[in-house]
Design a protein around this ligand. Structure first.
Ligand code: ADP
Ligand code: ASP
Ligand code: MG
Length: 418
């Protein structure tokens, strides 16, 4: 008898019909003798609706109050799913994040989970209940409601699986696994049967929203077996078939197969570029600029400093688009005159496109193929960053889809490589 965590995303619980299907699927797993903890998101579109409401009142909503509002979507779905389970004869109990004490830090709208008290959940499991927990939310040490950032229910599920030392965490969603790129952009994208944890970490951090990055970090740290699979299949399909479907995130590279050099193309529209022009090129400048940005709790992604001309340089970096206005304010108030920059130029119309694959470690020529492909499409590269297993470029956002399609094709991701 295994302890399994299921997670159902917004589309998977997007209507009463779908919630009833989820209940049937869970019943099938319980009948097979498993203990189930189920994490759910808000119904699709609901979190967006709640955030838009808040913005009608305050264009820049107060973060604490925004979390109070945004977390309510999940409270609806846990109650509805628990009812659907009881309706078909299962014992079930729903809990909000604060009720099962998902303890987080106090970084409203992007809080990090510190600890989960699993005692209550274990007691319910022991008495035969399916435990339904609201994703995306927690509580800080002062009792404030917090949320974990968009897509955060994935992280709730993996963190619960880690805390409970679950045998597996199954992420049910509206695609049947992890693809070589977002199938909504490239219909020829191919589902991967397995992806290494390292590659998944890069794909998620570079914008593939199929899993929230922090969920992959948790899975890696606590070695949680993780699988992404479809919630839109027949809920009564044979369990053995379902349990092997989708994409498994593996900790070891599959050496039996001749792997493609590149596993996927990731992209993100969520960034903005900021440039400080004609900054004096002297020691400490990067620290003076980025120190203030870090002080304001804003994450910086790519950084580029041009070669200096006459002792002056341009300094560019990217931040999440949600934090762009805040970063511009910080620079205007605390940095511009201090470092002696001529201008602060902001550009929110950028996108980041990345190719990811552990095969890069043993192959040369990946960067040149990437740059040649973009050049042939007439796409200008504004920034470049690389790691051992990825290359990312910043391009103008209107070229994003073209760039993703061209790279997907150039790296032969449409064909089976096994
Ligand atoms: P959920 O509500 O279930 O959490 P999300 O919308 O957050 O679902 O994530 C699933 C979506 O992720 C898919 O519908 C797909 O459009 C998108 N996606 C982006 N990149 C990928 C990828 N590489 N593989 C699969 N899906 C991807
Ligand atoms: N409902 C939240 C969101 O839309 C969390 C999630 O879906 O994972 O971001
Ligand atoms: Mg999601």
């Amino acid at each position: 008898m295994a302890l399994i965590v299921h997670k159902y995303g917004g589309t998977s619980v997007g209507s009463v019909e779908r919630i009833k299907n989820v209940a049937r699927r869970i019943a099938k797993w319980q009948r097979a003798g498993h203990r189930l903890v189920v994490v759910v998101s808000a119904m699709s579109g609901e979190t967006n609706r709640l955030i838009a409401l808040a913005k009608e009142i305050q264009p820049n909503p107060d973060p604490r109050e925004l979390d109070v509002v945004a977390s309510t979507g999940e409270q609806v779905t846990i109650g509805l799913l628990a009812m659907a389970l009881k309706e078909i004869g299962l014992k079930a109990k729903s809990y909000t994040g604060p009720q099962v004490h998902v303890l987080t830090d106090s970084a409203f709208t992007k809080a990090r989970i510190i600890d989960i008290d699993e005692k209550k959940i274990r007691a319910d499991l022991d008495s035969g209940h399916v435990v339904v927990v609201a994703g995306f939310q927690g509580v800080d040490e002062h009792g404030n409601i917090t949320t974990l950032g968009r897509g955060g229910s994935d992280t709730s599920a993996v963190a619960l699986a880690a805390a409970l030392r679950a045998d597996e965490c199954l992420i049910y969603t509206d695609v049947d696994g992890v693809y070589t790129t977002d199938p909504r952009i490239v219909p020829e994208a191919r589902r991967l049967h397995t992806i290494t944890f390292e590659e998944m970490l890069e794909m998620a951090s570079l914008g593939s929203k199929v899993l929230q990055i922090r969920s992959v970090e948790f899975a890696g740290k606590y070695k949680v077996p993780l699988r992404v699979l479809s919630s839109l299949t027949d809920p009564d399909m044979p369990l053995a078939e379902e349990a092997n479907s989708g994409t498994l995130i593996t900790f070891e590279e599959d050496t039996k197969m001749e792997k493609a050099v590149i596993s996927g193309v990731a992209f993100s529209r969520d960034e903005a570029k900021i440039t400080l022009t004609r900054v004096p090129d002297r020691p400490g400048i990067a620290y003076q600029i980025l120190g203030q940005i870090a002080e304001a709790n804003i994450d910086v992604d790519m950084i580029v400093q041009n070669i200096s001309v006459d002792g002056m340089t341009d300094f560019s970096f990217t931040v999440h688009r949600n934090e762009y206005a805040k970063a511009m304010d910080v620079l205007a108030a605390k940095v511009k005159t201090h470092v002696g920059a001529k201008e602060i130029v902001g550009d929110p119309k950028i996108a980041k496109v990345s190719v990811v694959g552990i095969g890069m470690r043993s192959h040369v020529g990946i960067a040149s193929l990437m740059f040649r492909t973009l050049a042939e499409e007439g796409i200008n590269i504004q920034m470049i960053s690389t790691s051992e297993i990825k290359i990312s470029v910043v391009v103008e956002d209107k070229y994003l889809e073209l760039a993703v399609r061209a790279l997907h094709k150039a790296f032969g991701l449409e064909q089976e490589t096994a």
